[in-house]
Design a protein around this ligand. Structure first.
Ligand code: GLN
Length: 488
């Protein structure tokens, strides 16, 4: 291993091995991450809050536990937490002015699980306000920059988590994905991210955006690390009635490197005119690499793909308008000074929410209102069923589906801010997966002419996380793409 200043570059698997052999301490590892945060944050803005003091205490506790023997795999590992998770004692702002002073009295279930494993939380990462966006530019705390090119976006909404892992500020991070918010920033920042099957991971204590789509998932440098994190996160939770009781497999054991005979579906609707040709080329090269490893490519069709964005922006905004009704200045966060109750509600919401959040609340309220419900919301629900059936049919002929994550690499800051519709199109390849409730993995599969990472998406049938992780890991092992360290 190189110098101790490079400890933050270790994978979770390697760091855990060194921690358990007591060749390094969590205190040392955590300090290196905190130093890195101090050095790059003025440029990167990946964190809303850095919890330095608590992190060092957690690290000391982890070191004591490791010394005692029998510590779990994530014990002592520094992680970044998207600022959408309730963390007892640390602000959970959701990147909104309306929650800027909100300190939750409890931990989200996944936070409690990670605490139980002895993980170290270095801070709360930046995001689009209430997870609405694809670039982290809709944050009340300023945008996160892309560590590969500081003039570009990190992706969104979990842009802070993706950038923090890419820049070596932490070894792994938590995000959430409603329409692509783990996979798109992972792709833009050149890291790995997985959105598990809907219901695989508890969402108790995670600020709700669109409850029929939201899912929790990890970011990491490698597929193996993502597998280690997912195993710690997944599993039944009596506090979340939507959470599955299925047993959690040992995802790491699924990483055999073997893809011979694997049937990879290639949907024609995901290789379309208008997408960046370098992105298409990189994904097609990856497909050739899979063929060389013994996988079989199968042409498939997902015929309702072109309706996915319209469908998503009806369902997601409708659910958001209901979920965000609770921010009224009475129960949580910031309260505007007002004369009477109605103006208190109105002023709190007018001052507290940003422009994109207001747009979505209005769109959703419209889609649910009398006379429009049948025309918009109900129709969107029917289209959603058709999209899910497309995948059911496709999985009769293939084991996984491989596509690009996004039609482009990271775009310039400000480029799409005045055109919400173009911004919404960044999610064209990711949102169907949420509408259908499927697991999707994003891994780096190349770089464009500007040195920006390109992401490949591997989609599985419900609860086929082991298969998609195995498929992603096999590509990583092939060595076809050598991960590049960001310029920052
Ligand atoms: N970009 C999509 C949106 O703005 C998805 C966001 C997400 O997955 N949270 O809704």
């Amino acid at each position: 291993m190189s110098s101790s200043t490079e400890l933050n570059r270790l994978t979770i698997a390697d760091a855990a091995a060194l921690l358990h052999k007591r060749e390094i301490s969590s205190a040392e590892l955590t300090r290196v991450c905190l130093d890195r945060i101090a050095a790059v944050e003025p440029q990167l803005n990946a964190f809303i809050t850095v919890t330095q003091k608590a992190a060092l205490e957690q690290a000391d506790a982890a070191d004591r536990r490791i010394k005692g023997g029998d510590a779990p795999p994530l014990c002592g590992i520094p992680l970044g937490i998207k600022d959408i998770y309730a963390t007892k004692g640390a602000t959970t702002t959701c990147a909104s002015k309306i929650l800027s002073n909100f300190v939750p009295p409890f931990d989200a279930t996944v936070i409690a699980k990670l605490r139980g494993e002895g993980a170290v939380f270095v801070g709360k990462t930046n995001m689009d306000e209430f997870a609405m966006g694809s670039s982290t530019e809709n944050s009340a705390f300023g945008p996160t920059k892309n560590p590969h090119d500081l003039t570009r976006v990190a992706g969104g909404s979990s842009g802070g988590s993706a950038a923090a892992v890419a820049a070596g500020e932490c070894l792994g991070a938590l995000g959430t994905d409603t329409g692509g918010s783990i996979r798109e920033p992972a792709s833009f920042c050149g890291v790995t991210g997985i959105k598990p099957t809907y219901s695989r991971v508890s969402r108790y204590g995670v600020v709700a955006y669109a409850s029929s789509l939201d899912q929790v998932g990890p970011f990491a440098k490698t597929v193996r690390d993502a597998a280690i994190l997912l195993r710690a996160l997944a599993g039944h939770d009596p506090h979340d009635s939507t959470c599955s009781a299925r047993p959690v497999p040992d995802y790491e054991r699924a990483l055999t490197g073997d893809v011979s005979g694997l049937r990879i579906g290639v949907p024609k609707e995901y290789f379309v005119a208008g997408m960046d040709p370098t992105v298409e080329r990189a994904v097609r090269e990856a497909l050739k690499c899979y063929e060389a490893m013994g996988a079989k490519l199968v042409d498939i069709t997902l015929p309702h793909t072109s309706y996915a964005i319209a469908c998503y922006y009806l369902v997601a905004t409708a659910e958001a308008s209901a979920n965000l009704a609770r921010y009224d200045g009475i129960r949580y966060g910031v309260r505007a000074a007002a004369e009477d109750m109605i103006s208190l509600y109105e002023m709190t919401r007018a001052q507290g929410f940003g422009a994109e959040v207001k747009r979505r609340i209005m769109l959703g309220t419209f889609a649910l209102s009398a006379g429009y419900y049948d025309a918009y919301y109900l129709k969107a629900m029917k289209v959603r069923t058709l999209i899910r059936r497309d995948f059911d049919c496709a999985f009769e002929d293939c084991d996984v589906i491989v596509t690009p994550v996004a039609p482009t690499t990271a775009f310039k800051l400000g480029e799409k801010m005045n055109d919400p519709l173009t911004m919404y199109l960044s999610d064209i390849f990711t949102i169907s997966v949420n509408l259908a409730g499927l697991p999707g993995l994003a891994i780096p599969c190349g770089y464009d002419a500007n040195g920006l990472p390109i992401g490949m998406q591997i989609i599985g049938a419900p609860f086929a996380e082991e298969t998609i992780l195995r498929t992603g890991d096999a590509f990583e092992r092939s060595g076809a793409v050598i991960p590049r360290r960001p310029a920052l």
